[in-house]
Design a protein around this ligand. Structure first.
Ligand SMILES: CC(=O)N[C@H]1[C@@H](OP(=O)(O)OP(=O)(O)OC[C@H]2O[C@@H](n3ccc(=O)[nH]c3=O)[C@H](O)[C@@H]2O)O[C@H](CO)[C@@H](O)[C@@H]1O
Ligand SMILES: C=C(OP(=O)(O)O)C(=O)O
Length: 421
């Protein structure tokens, strides 16, 4: 298992290009299953989750062609299997995203239940109940969801809870259903919006995009002509590098990103003392060498503060001036980074879904263990500001969601290297 060794103390300065969004690329690659003609997808990030998705589609018999710029051409006309096996689903929950497209286009899907994982139980009942309401016949047996439907039927869906992949699965299924589906309490995350634009480009009829009421008029077929679609930039990768620069008192310019989908994060960084300027596709942050001020945040569905940035802000608060209170409202077990940060000298008290972080003067290096994707990012951020060399173990989590992290951080002046085993 690879490890990262990070020697803290260097200010991060310079420019960086942000990659395509993992959480948009995964549903869009799943949605290519709906297309009759081959589809080309660009701005795909180099991530382990992308490799897993390609393996998943490949095992179904789908043909994939990747060029040197990471454009992926997907041809689903050669499909031979409608199964997402356990050994792939267990490494990437987003595999559940093939359920809606397989069922809607081929009338059949066998998808392993993702099961509980590090950050919470993460059930998929809303996905299943929505498909049942659209007429699917679903049984859960032997750890698999077995779904069948001759033709899904449009209906009114009121989602019990805001769910990102749930909205995406049901939106993909409804695109090929007979009649109109109205989805209320839908997720409004920019990645959901990106998927909706992609589906419409393939011929779907989705309106209400970007709101919490989606109206989807089912069509007979999707993707009768080949299209190309570029994935939107990764707002969480963007936010992570901004926090990394802020904790070191540095100055960075992030290019190929989207400030308009990062309002909640940019507001909190400004409150922390960062000088933020933006253009259409860039964001710059300048701390003028100053220490950050602790900030309080409460995670909630978009457009509020994202749960996927919670761990990074806790890391920043550990050596900020003052006390920051972080409340996690989406996942019940997303504070596992706290214990590791405490090993580096952080003063954090956990009270149910709240972390009270009191800034300390300095953090000290320690061997730490990554427990999930964003927890890993928070340990890297803390290590950049800590005294000494921190060893971050189990970084396969980070490789799921951060494109060339050590190269990108090195480019900004960080002292970081990957060591095998
Ligand atoms: C691949 C992807 O896009 N992952 C993102 C997606 O995950 P994901 O789509 O899995 O997260 P959800 O939005 O579904 O989860 C939100 C909440 O709803 C609950 N829930 C969800 C579905 C369901 O059927 N029943 C149920 O109870 C979950 O347990 C959780 O408490 O959104 C999360 C919340 O923004 C992000 O942290 C993840 O990075
Ligand atoms: C939790 C995340 O991803 P996933 O839903 O793929 O586990 C994340 O991106 O922070």
């Amino acid at each position: 298992m690879d490890k990262l060794i990070i020697t803290g103390g260097n200010q991060l300065n310079g420019e960086l290009r942000i990659s395509g969004a993992k959480n948009a690329a995964l549903p869009i690659l799943a949605a290519t299953l709906l297309s009759h003609a081959p589809v080309s997808v660009g701005n795909i990030p180099h991530l382990h989750d992308i490799t897993t998705t390609m393996e998943l589609l490949g095992r179904m018999g789908v043909q994939l062609l990747v060029d040197e710029k990471m454009n992926i051409e997907v041809d689903s006309s050669t499909i031979t299997s409608y199964e997402a096996p356990y050994e792939l689903v267990r490494t990437m929950r987003a595999s559940i995203l093939v359920l809606g497209p397989l069922l809607a286009r081929f009338g059949e899907a066998h998808v392993s239940l993702p099961g509980g994982c590090a950050i919470g139980t993460r059930p998929v009942d809303i996905h299943i109940n929505g498909l049942i309401k659209m007429g699917a016949d679903i049984t859960v047996e032997g750890g698999y969801i077995h779904a069948k439907a001759k033709k899904l039927k449009g209906c009114r869906l009121v989602l019990e809870q805001v769910t990102v992949t749930g909205t995406e699965n049901l939106m993909m299924a409804a695109s090929l259903a007979e009649g109109i589906t109205t989805m209320e309490n839908a997720a409004r995350e920019p990645e959901v919006t990106d998927l909706a634009h992609f589906l419409n480009k393939m011929g779907a009829k989705i309106s209400g995009i970007g709101t919490d009421v989606l109206v989807i008029e089912g069509v007979e077929k999707l993707g009768l002509e080949s299209i190309h679609y570029d994935i939107l930039p990764d707002r969480i990768e963007t936010g992570t590098y901004l926090v990394a620069a802020a904790i070191t008192g540095g100055k960075v310019k992030l290019k190929n990103t989207r400030p308009d989908i990062l309002d909640a994060v940019l507001d909190k960084l400004t409150e922390a003392g960062a000088d933020i300027t933006t253009g259409d596709d860039w964001i710059s942050l300048d701390m003028h060498g100053n220490k950050t001020k602790a900030v309080s945040v409460r995670t909630a569905p978009y457009p509020a503060f994202p749960t996927d940035m919670q761990a990074q802000f806790i890391a920043m608060n550990t050596i900020s001036d003052g006390v920051g209170i972080i409340t996690e409202t989406i996942f019940e077990n997303r504070f596992m980074h706290v214990q590791e940060l405490q090993r580096m000298g952080a003063d954090i008290k956990l009270e149910s879904n709240t972390a009270i972080c009191k800034g300390v003067k300095y953090l000290t290096a320690a061997p730490v263990m990554a427990t999930d994707l964003r927890a890993s990012a928070s340990l890297v951020i803390a290590a950049l500001a800590a005294e000494g060399s921190t060893k971050v173990d189990r970084i396969y989590h980070i490789d799921r969601g951060y494109d060339h992290i050590e190269e990108k951080l090195s480019q900004l002046g960080a002292v970081i290297r990957r060591v095998p085993n």
